[in-house]
Design a protein around this ligand. Structure first.
Ligand code: SF4
Length: 304
């Protein structure tokens, strides 16, 4: 992305408190641009927080220091313990070094894990692996969208048995609890923490994310704008170009949640990622892996 495009985006929305997320591809391939954008925002005293999603492979000491200095919240992609991650993603040694370099700077990270048929039975081993780094605050689980590389054989890649996902989450939760009792270090399971918040504080918002309430703007390197990174191949969601007039915001809504009517978590549950409903052509939300993930997180929370 040219610097001018990034600055045009910042200027367009500078009146709002911004949550700027750098994503790719791999955003650290252009770390100098990331730094220039943040430094520009800080110099102008615009209100903003920063997040960056990375595979961690490029994080050396200097990048770790640069991220710390700019207070960037980090999500690192890791799909399992070393042999599983190596098989699914590759570059594990570099990712491990990257997380360690952040640990040396006392920078906390969250790990993001895509659940697939290939790692679902091994996920319970992930908390032990991340505990070893000393700076991993939590693990978030993600499900594949039928977009980009996930387009190829989405059904073959996703766990085929919903029960496998349920079991994996329960085992991960128990392992995180055991590790906490043994070491005093808590690894949060993001989905369970969110469910806890919703149940404990009767958080009844039905919004899933910023895109579901029309407050998300994804800007591509050429300045084209979409409400979500998963929908950039679909012209129906094109919102204009950052260098010109933007169309009105798009709130991604799924219209039919009738199958949730009899669910006891209905008032708390944000349902499924609306982009995934669209890209994966999910018809019945209560029959989706998203539902299994939400329901399991609520069930775990009720037993805590
Ligand atoms: S847990 Fe599933 S069925 Fe229940 S409200 Fe959420 S998405 Fe609907």
């Amino acid at each position: 992305m040219p610097y001018e495009t990034a600055i045009a985006a910042v200027e367009k929305f500078k009146e709002y408190p911004l949550k700027v997320q750098f994503a790719g591809g791999e955003p650290l391939l252009n770390f100098s641009l990331v730094c220039r954008i943040i430094d520009y925002i800080e110099k102008h005293n615009y209100v903003a927080t920063f997040q960056l999603q990375t595979n961690g492979t490029l994080i050396d000491e200097s990048i770790a220091k640069g991220l710390k200095k700019r207070r960037v919240a980090l999500g690192v992609s890791l799909d399992g313990q070393p042999q599983i991650n190596e098989w699914l993603r590759g570059g594990t040694k570099l990712t491990v070094n990257g997380i360690r370099n952040l640990a040396n700077q006392n920078v906390k990270v969250n790990v993001n894990t895509v659940v697939t048929a290939y790692n679902v039975k091994e996920l319970h081993k992930l908390p032990d692996f991340v505990l070893y780094f000393g700076n991993v605050a939590g693990i978030g689980l993600d499900l594949l969208r039928s977009a980009g590389r996930g387009k190829k054989d989405i059904n073959g890649i996703c766990p085929s048995e919903p029960e496998e996902l349920r079991k994996a989450m329960i085992m991960m939760h128990h392992r995180c609890e055991d590790l906490y009792h043994m070491t005093g270090v808590r690894i949060h399971l993001r989905e369970v923490s969110e469910a806890k918040q919703r149940l404990r504080f009767s958080q009844q918002t039905k919004e899933y994310c910023y895109a579901s309430c029309g407050r998300s703007i994804v800007i591509l390197p050429n300045g084209d704008v979409y409400p979500c990174g998963s929908l950039i191949e679909d012209e129906d969601y094109f919102m204009g170009n950052i260098h010109g007039e933007l169309l009105k915001p798009i709130a991604l809504k799924y219209k039919d949640r009738s199958s949730c009517t009899n669910c006891r978590y209905q008032v708390y549950c944000p349902g499924s990622c609306p982009s995934r409903i669209i890209t994966n052509q999910i018809v019945d939300i209560s029959d989706s892996l998203d539902c299994v993930m939400r329901k399991t997180a609520f069930e775990i929370t009720e037993k805590i």
